[in-house]
Design a protein around this ligand. Structure first.
Ligand SMILES: [Zn+2]
Length: 438
């Protein structure tokens, strides 16, 4: 008999890999933070002894969600300003508020709030694009969540840099600092084509090559962005990025609305990943990412919530439902973005976008035990004929009961184990008073 640290026996096990698999009455064995076996529960009991055995009679166990685009600390700006277009929202509300408030404390506390919200709704890894990366890393380390964090680059000054070179000078040493971190990955994050010159983008590409890093960027988020790029350079943003040599399998294009057939072809050819953020795109009326068309062309499409200031939550279950509904409506075809496709986009495809699909994103032997349990014994998910349907079309985030990252339990029967939720909310209330009184 082999001994392991933990065996979990859920009602349903949804490994995501192999595709379209739902296992019933199976169990999963974990040792040193990794999955060592998935077997029928009866057989597991014969083959393994364990320090801890958890039976989840009404639950689906699945890989944790990978929120492939967010600005975590913007949780502190949630609800500050709604119901206006993107550029008005950025120029007149968000950027002035950031100028006034951004600090290490803001980033740490805002990121902690975002992480608490993400863990409670089943996210085990988030891909962040914001400022003061060490303060965000600290919040992630304290919570035990997995994260990719972008070195943000702008041409314009912010509280975190004066110009593109200054952002690079401050950010690049972090690659060395976190290079062996078990849960933290750094990326390059030029904000967008309208905030980065071509020269800056070339510098970003060179830095990414030097550190073997992925590049995240908002691309073709709005019609205005495309028009501005054409007026300035004669090229659409994606075409311009291709000409500058940025597009590769290490490029993560966020949003990608108003896409031409040629751009789908170019995306497939250059092997970029696309991050679809349907709720942010709907709220800001930015446009629609043709997710199923990208998938049909062989492009990896992941899901992101975007920041809480434009969504206004970090709820990957509702994001899956929105992705499915928006695709069906926009394509006038109810077969597009099926439940299992949405679940795959929200998990494995996020890990693929970050180049980490050999480490997490599905439940198979050898991968990290990044797992969530969702309780389907609720009036809104009964009867559960098909757990994938229940998860995408009927469940809500409050049904996420347990979360593990690398085998460590971060949510234990709905209770956060690494964050003091009462103290966190008290602290956020202090921020709310400070920000609203100005
Ligand atoms: Zn964004």
């Amino acid at each position: 008999m082999q001994s392991v640290d933990l065996i979990i026996a859920p009602r349903w096990l949804l490994p995501i890999e192999p595709a379209n698999t739902v296992l019933e009455h199976h169990a999963i064995a974990i040792k040193n933070g990794k999955i060592v076996a998935i077997q029928p529960a009866e057989i597991m009991r014969v083959n393994y002894t364990t320090k801890e055995y958890i039976e989840l009679l009404n639950h689906v166990l699945m890989p944790g969600f990978v929120n492939t685009h967010t600005h975590a600390a913007m949780n502190l700006l949630r609800g500050l300003c709604d119901d206006i277009p993107l550029m008005d929202w950025l120029n007149n509300y968000i950027w002035p508020a950031e100028k006034k408030w951004l600090s290490e404390a803001f980033i740490h506390d805002g990121t902690q709030l975002a992480i608490a919200e993400m863990i409670k709704s089943g996210t085990t890894c988030f891909n962040d694009m914001y400022f003061f990366v060490p303060a965000a890393v600290k919040a992630a380390e304290e919570a035990g969540i997995r994260a990719a964090l972008g070195i943000t680059v702008f041409d314009v000054p912010t509280p975190c840099g004066d110009n593109a070179q200054d952002y690079l000078n401050r950010g690049l040493p972090l690659f060395e600092q976190y290079k062996n971190h078990p849960l933290i990955q750094l990326t390059m994050a030029p904000h967008a084509i309208y905030t980065s010159s071509d020269a800056t983008l070339v510098e970003v590409r060179k830095a990414a090559e030097r550190y073997n890093a992925y590049i995240n960027m908002h691309v073709q988020e709005t019609h205005d962005e495309i028009e501005q790029s054409i007026a300035k350079t004669g090229k659409r943003p994606l075409e311009r990025l291709h000409a500058l040599g940025l597009l590769s399998d290490k490029f993560i294009a966020i949003h990608m609305t108003q896409i031409t057939p040629e751009e789908i072809e170019l995306s497939a050819k250059t092997k970029i990943s696309v991050v679809h953020c349907p709720e942010s795109n709907m709220k800001l009326a930015s446009g629609i990412c043709p997710a199923q068309q990208f998938l049909n062309a062989g492009v990896n499409v992941a899901l992101g919530t975007d920041g809480a200031a434009s969504n206004n939550d970090l709820d990957m279950i509702s994001e899956m439902r929105s992705a499915a509904f928006l695709s069906k409506l926009s394509e006038k075809n109810p077969t597009t973005v099926s439940a299992i496709t949405a679940l795959t986009m929200a998990t494995l495809n996020g890990a693929k976008a970050l180049g980490k699909d050999k480490i997490f994103g599905s439940l198979i032997e050898g991968k990290a035990a990044d797992m969530i349990a969702i309780d389907l014994h609720h009036v809104n998910t009964a009867p559960a004929y098909h757990p994938t349907s229940a998860l995408v079309y009927a469940a809500n985030r409050h049904q996420v009961s347990d979360v593990w990252v690398a085998g460590k339990r971060l949510l234990d029967n709905h209770r956060l184990t690494t964050i003091d939720e009462i103290a966190l909310l008290d602290n956020i209330e202090r921020w709310e008073r400070r920000i609203s009184s100005n």
